[in-house]
Design a protein around this ligand. Structure first.
Ligand SMILES: Nc1ncnc2c1ncn2[C@@H]1O[C@H](COP(=O)(O)OP(=O)(O)OP(=O)(O)O)[C@@H](O)[C@H]1O
Ligand SMILES: [Mg+2]
Length: 252
């Protein structure tokens, strides 16, 4: 079917996705953050939790963001992914300026191009590992969803636990399901917010190795928020944050 035969809304969304994919292959930066400031209303009055933050991320780059608790890391990640909007400044994600898009348009830009992995895995409980990975594939209209989900789960070492409800899996296994789910749609960018924060040190290291291995294979840009300084070893860049500002932007 030609794009012209699709219902108007779907056609607009499909056209946007096609444009993003063709643009992202050519672009120098997959994310451009400029002069980003976020002010929230706290009971004590307006509170600036992110101030004048700016940097670029190249396609396939691994960027590690570190900083003390409350320094604004999760806030920054949310703005970069268009889950929230800034008070000032702008984010250009895969060539699209998020600051002049509404929530629906921002979701359309993310769809199929951006994956997330969180500290507390955010899996669908009651559903199996396989069902959790199949869900985003179905939503993005993929073919051969079952086979693809099996392959991705095998690649993270869970080929033998496909039909286990996720709540019966260990923390490390649940995080691997979350990573498989995020990578299954072959995103251009993966955001991970303290993905090893709820795991013991050894399991945490295995999970971070897996993130970097998948990044190497898939060429996905990886934006990783972590307290673990040693995770910078396989990154190209580290951004250090303190009190809502970037204090260091180091290339390795
Ligand atoms: N909607 C909000 N209203 C008020 N304050 C907020 C809001 N969102 C975030 N904050 C505050 O902004 C600061 C930065 O929060 P953020 O979650 O980005 O920090 P973080 O660096 O991710 O910390 P952690 O390492 O503990 O996860 C914190 O002091 C937090 O309390
Ligand atoms: Mg945080």
């Amino acid at each position: 079917m030609s794009i012209l035969e699709l219902p108007a809304r779907v056609a607009v969304e499909t056209k946007l996705v096609i444009e993003i994919v063709s643009k992202s292959k050519k672009m120098d930066d997959c994310i451009v953050v400029s002069n980003l400031t976020k002010t929230v209303q706290a009971p004590e009055g307006p509170l600036t939790i992110l101030q004048d933050v700016g940097f670029n991320v190249k396609p396939g780059e691994a960027l590690v963001i570190t900083g003390e608790s409350g320094s604004g890391k999760t806030t920054l990640l949310g703005l970069m992914a268009g889950l929230d909007i800034a008070t000032q400044g702008e984010v250009v994600l895969l060539g699209e300026n998020l600051s002049n898009k509404n929530e629906e348009q921002r979701a359309a830009i993310r769809k199929g191009h951006v994956g997330f992995v969180f500290q507390s895995f955010h899996l669908v409980t009651g559903a199996t590992a396989l069902q959790n990975v199949m869900l985003p594939l179905e939503l993005s209209g993929q073919q051969n969803v079952l086979l693809l989900a099996e392959q991705v789960l095998s690649s993270v070492g869970l080929g033998h636990r496909l039909n286990t409800p996720v709540e019966h899996l260990s923390g490390g296994e649940q995080q691997r399901v979350a990573i498989a789910r995020a990578y299954a749609v072959e995103p251009a960018i993966l955001f991970a917010d303290e993905p090893t924060g709820n795991l013991d040190t050894r399991t945490g290291l295995q999970i971070s190795e897996l993130l970097f291995d998948l990044r190497d294979q898939a060429g996905t840009a990886l934006i990783l928020v972590t307290h673990e300084e040693r995770l910078t070893e396989r990154a190209e860049r580290q951004i250090k944050m303190s009190q809502g500002r970037i204090t260091d932007n180091i290339s390795f």
